[in-house]
Design a protein around this ligand. Structure first.
Ligand code: GDP
Length: 526
């Protein structure tokens, strides 16, 4: 296979959902259909349960699971599928947002009983920021869900995207009979708790009496009516609109029952985009370019406390990644090489010799990487679109053991490089302020500082509700502002000044009083 064909057969995507909609179940079923695992139950949920806030071992266990299932790769019908896992817990939302920078498309899972939920909306906003193509899977049709037309309306309204069903259910709940593929004109019959992987399928012209015979006269009439309505109301499926992130095709099924999953996977293989071009600070990088480039979107601590190295997840964007070759680390302006890069199989890691655009490669890292770092064959560029977002909770980190301040410094540096939280150092007194999007991270950091770095800390809540990066063309004015605000100015990991505001109101006041200064909500403002 030549390079173009290798690139063209790759499909790199994430499955996202509000917790409990069925993301883990669907992932597992896709792996089953893809032949990557043999039995159900092999994929563990990476969910951090609510009760885990006080159970650190549970968090550790969950973390371990999430590294094992971070990327799942399998071959299906000639395609090489890379599923990137995302944490479900909302306190780790930023992790999810960053993973979404490394995919070419997503599958969004909706619970047909609950419809669009809070996190569904937030995730969708992130997808829209980059016009990521979205396929929607309406799950749990074996339960009494909402009317499918109402669901579609809700999707359009709340997710702010046009939708187009590609399959259609015959009833729901206890009376659920199957889904009809609008394109293939085939009826897939539903069976509860089916363990086999093949479907019971009937190619059918729905205008023939055969349909009445198979599903009963009432349901046959309903399906005919529904299909007529769909064809009347919705335009024919427009793949270009889908790939531009403007139109979401919708599939129906029941993941736990293996139902509708194969149609979803087949549909996904037909329409989802190949590795796409990606923006950098200098220019757009095309996957077909000869020279290698890629970026780190996730860093994970090694779970084995005897090994301090970490795992950096590199998304290959162009060219060919080769084992043992020197690449240019553009932020540090130095060359680095990797002796044993690895790929992720369902439950094993294997050393890889090479990686094509779309692939995700695991690199052992001893602390050279931060999230967003770029590797190239020499060209000086930085992949864009991996910003830090303004955190929502702020606490000061207090060292409890003066003998261990080195360990604490190193620990908090590495944990924030991993993207667990953001660190802002106050100019005055070198105080360390940690910003997160959820309470849970503070507990994780405290636990990990103690267990991985031997440093004990406590937290002091801060009277800060927002952090804004500040810039100005007027350097004098900027320095003046920084001097005046003293304790409210912190520096992020790249030494950029950040204004720590007590409230939105105080932020607005400061904006109005300092028109020469620009206040940025994310770190990406170049
Ligand atoms: P996640 O939080 O999105 O990863 O959700 P899970 O995959 O863990 O599923 C949450 C719960 O919904 C589990 O108890 C699943 O067994 C259940 N579930 C998943 N798919 C279906 C389905 O098609 N029908 C029904 N009735 N339950 C399902």
């Amino acid at each position: 296979m030549n390079r173009e064909q290798e690139i063209a057969r790759r499909r790199t995507f994430a499955i996202i959902s509000h917790p409990d909609a069925g993301k883990t179940t669907l992932t597992e079923k896709l792996l089953l259909f893809g032949g990557a695992i043999q039995t159900a139950g092999a994929v563990k949920s990476n969910k951090i349960k609510k009760s885990a806030t006080s159970d650190f071992m549970e968090i550790e266990k969950q973390r371990g699971i999430s590294v094992a299932t971070s990327v799942m790769t399998f071959d299906y019908e000639g395609k090489k599928i890379n599923i990137l896992d995302t944490p479900g817990h909302k306190d780790f939302a930023e992790d999810t947002y960053r993973t979404l920078t490394a995919v070419d498309s997503v599958i969004l899972v909706i619970d047909c009983v609950k419809g669009v939920e809070e996190q569904t909306e937030r995730l969708m906003e992130v997808c829209r920021m980059r016009d990521t193509p979205v396929i929607i899977f309406v799950n749990k049709l074996d339960r009494e869900g909402r009317n499918p037309f109402d669901l579609l309306d809700e999707l359009e309204e709340k997710l702010n995207i046009r939708v187009r069903p590609l399959t259609w259910p015959v009833n729901m709940g206890s009376d659920f009979k199957g889904v009809y593929s609008l394109n293939e004109k085939k009826l897939y019959f539903f069976r509860v708790n089916k363990t086999k992987v093949e479907d019971d399928v009937l190619p059918i012209d729905i205008d023939t009496p055969l349909l009445d015979e198979k599903v009963g006269t009432r349901d046959a009439a309903q399906l005919r009516e529904d299909v007529e309505l769909i064809e009347g109301v919705y335009d024919t499926f427009d793949i270009e609109a889908y790939r531009a992130g403007k139109l979401a095709p919708v599939f129906f099924g029941s993941a736990v029952n293996n139902f509708g999953v194969k149609e979803l996977l087949d549909g996904f293989c037909q329409i989802s985009p190949e590795p796409i071009a990606r923006p950098t600070d200098k220019r757009v990088v095309e996957p077909e370019e000869k020279k290698f480039s890629g970026f780190v979107f996730k860093i994970h601590a090694n779970l084995d406390p005897r090994h301090r190295d970490r795992i950096a997840f590199l998304r290959v964007c162009s060219g060919l990644f080769e084992r043992g070759k020197f690449y240019h680390h553009t932020r540090l302006d130095k060359d680095v090489r990797f002796a044993s890069p690895f790929s992720f199989m369902a439950d094993a890691k294997a050393v890889v010799e090479e990686g094509f655009p779309g692939d995700v490669i695991g690199l052992y890292d001893t602390g050279t990487f931060k999230i967003g770092d770029t590797l190239t064959e020499g060209e000086d560029l930085q992949f864009a679109g991996i910003p830090s977002f303004s955190p929502e909770l702020f606490k000061e980190l207090i060292n409890l053991d003066p003998m261990k301040s080195k360990q604490l410094d190193k620990g908090i540096q590495q944990l924030t490089d991993e993207g667990v939280a953001q660190l802002f150092t106050l100019a005055l007194g070198n105080r360390k302020i940690v910003g997160t999007v959820g309470e849970l991270q503070f507990e994780v950091i405290q636990y990990r500082l103690e267990h991985e770095y031997g440093a004990k800390c406590r937290w002091v809540p801060m009277n800060t509700s927002r952090a804004c990066w500040i810039t100005s063309d007027d350097k004098v004015k900027l320095n003046e502002f920084i001097r005046l605000k003293g304790n409210q100015i912190g520096y992020d990991k790249d030494q950029n000044p950040v204004f720590l505001a007590e409230s939105d109101w105080m932020l607005r006041m400061n904006q109005e009083n300092n028109p020469e200064i620009t206040f940025h909500q994310t770190s990406e403002f170049k």
